[in-house]
Ligand binder design. Structure first.
Ligand SMILES: [Zn+2]
Length: 161
């Protein structure tokens, strides 16, 4: 899933957890746990969204990712109050794409886009056990619409809390 999608569900989680009367430290742990869990579930069903394994040299790929980037930055600024939820829901991407992958690339000298921990070891396993029946639409441009549907559902849920 795209970063903005994870952020939306991170805000949903934080809003929900904060509505419970729990000690602060339990709220923090719960937000981190549920944030990581939401990332695993969303990425497990991400096969139904436009998500080519490697960057594409097409207008659609570039335009789509620029739009997602702008939406993600705007979302962070507007909902900065929920930074913990957004951060927690992005932990697997932060660890895999911004920490492990650059280290791996540096050590091996290979630009291998499939190298990851959360995404390979946990998310692929979850998908193969629970969501194996979903069609793989990751290379289809129109599947970006599925991401949009998930974003709209998340936003409705977020504003209903
Ligand atoms: Zn991810």
């Amino acid at each position: 899933m795209q970063s903005v999608t994870h952020f939306i569900f991170g805000v949903v989680i934080q809003k929900y957890v904060e509505s419970l009367s729990l000690p602060f430290w339990i709220q923090v742990l719960l937000i981190i746990f549920l944030g990581i869990l939401s990332h695993i579930i969303l990425d497990s069903i991400a096969v139904i969204t436009y998500h080519p394994a490697e960057p594409q040299d097409t207008f659609f790929w570039k335009a789509y990712h620029i739009l997602i980037l702008i939406a993600s930055i705007a979302f962070i600024i507007i909902f900065i109050k929920y930074w913990l939820g957004m951060l927690a829901s992005s932990i697997p991407d932060i660890i895999d794409w911004y920490i492990l992958r650059p280290i791996y690339w540096k050590i091996t000298g290979k630009r291998d886009y499939s190298f990851s921990f959360f995404h390979k070891k946990i998310i692929d396993l979850t998908r193969n056990h629970l969501f194996f029946w979903l069609p793989d639409l990751t290379e289809k441009d129109w599947a970006a619409a599925n991401e949009l549907i998930i974003i709209v559902i998340g936003l409705i849920w977020m504003f209903s809390l």
